[in-house]
Ligand binder design. Structure first.
Ligand code: ATP
Ligand code: MG
Length: 307
């Protein structure tokens, strides 16, 4: 395992940020930590890269106990924090050089890496512009580039695409996939369920410092819900009659909408149509997704804060 966390706990005074988390991340996969605001994702990442000491439990990275030898671990990983850490007065090239020298990368090798990373994260057009003049998307890409300067075996990304426009998000996803294809291990957090479903081989859904479910996205969808979802408009008082006798795996009620999960929603929709008689009810049939699992497990959307 690249990362092995056993019953990790973190208290801040009386506040329990992480309440006993186990994680096992094998090499070469992209692993996602998902959860509402305040769930303990960033705190967990901080314990993995050794800047926060667990109150209890242990974290091993590359087989090394992080609390015992944080330096040995940190030299082999790269981190992109939730908030960018950039030297604002300097350009991307200069930032990359400063980070490279911090990692004691020999001059010629560093120049090579800087060139590679400028291309890899499409920073070349603004390579010599002071960071403070760059847009948020450029700054985020530079932050990711900096975390790659030491050619890490493990890359930790805390909300890599929050605040990015759709095109830049797609570009960042492509880079994450390329890194994974090159054999890197990636641990990321995200509030975007579509991102998690597309990028992650495995995810852990975390709430209130605990792992609620862990597995491959498709596996979690199959275990916790069903293959397909049917969204339909429905008044509160209609629900019992509407659902009566239907082969339904799970039901979720939000505002004016009922979402029914079943392995074959087409036949469920057909039954509802027959029961409705001539009346046309708006129904949407779609595959079930990770967002549905998240809602079913946490009872909230990711955008709703639970702090
Ligand atoms: N240094 C700290 N001192 C006190 N409390 C803290 C500290 N860091 C985190 N916390 C608390 O620990 C809990 C978990 O915070 P954490 O930042 O790990 O959540 P998160 O899952 O990353 O949330 P978000 O999605 O908003 O980034 C929160 O209740 C937070 O207020
Ligand atoms: Mg966080």
């Amino acid at each position: 395992m690249v990362i092995e966390a056993r019953n990790v706990v973190k208290h801040f005074g009386t506040r329990v940020a992480v309440a006993g988390i186990d994680l096992a991340v094998p090499p070469g996969i992209c692993f996602g930590l998902l959860g509402p605001n305040g769930a303990g994702k960033t705190t967990t990442l901080r314990m993995v890269y050794g800047v926060t000491r667990p109150t209890a439990g242990s974290v091993r990275v590359f087989g090394i106990d992080v609390a015992v030898n944080p330096r040995a671990v940190r030299s082999r990983l790269g981190v992109t924090l939730q908030q960018n850490v950039l030297i604002e007065a300097l350009s991307p090239v200069e930032n990359l050089r400063v980070f490279g020298r911090y990692h004691r990368i020999p001059h010629d090798l560093l120049e090579e890496r800087v060139e590679e990373l400028l291309d890899f994260l499409e920073l070349r057009s603004h390579a010599h512009v002071p960071v403070k003049q760059l847009s948020g998307g450029f700054q985020r890409r530079l932050a990711i580039a900096l975390s790659l300067v030491n050619d890490p075996e493990l890359l930790i990304l805390d909300e890599p695409t929050t605040g990015l426009d759709p095109a830049v998000r797609l570009a960042v996803w492509a880079r994450v996939r390329a890194l994974r294809a090159a054999g890197k291990t990636i641990l990321l957090t995200t509030h975007y369920m579509d991102e998690a479903q597309r990028l992650c081989d495995r995810v852990a859904i975390v709430a209130a410092g605990k792992v609620l479910a862990e597995g491959a996205p498709e596996e979690l969808i199959a275990i916790h819900l069903a293959r397909e979802a049917l969204e339909c408009e429905c008044d509160e008082n209609e629900v019992p009659a509407l659902l009566d006798g239907l082969p339904v795996a799970h039901v979720l009620r939000t505002a004016d909408r009922l979402t029914i999960y079943a392995d074959d929603v087409a036949s469920v929709a057909e039954t509802i149509r027959l029961r409705d008689g001539g009346e046309r009810r708006v129904m949407v049939l779609r595959p079930a997704n990770l967002e549905d699992v998240f809602l079913a497990l946490t009872g909230s959307t990711l955008e709703e804060s639970q702090t």
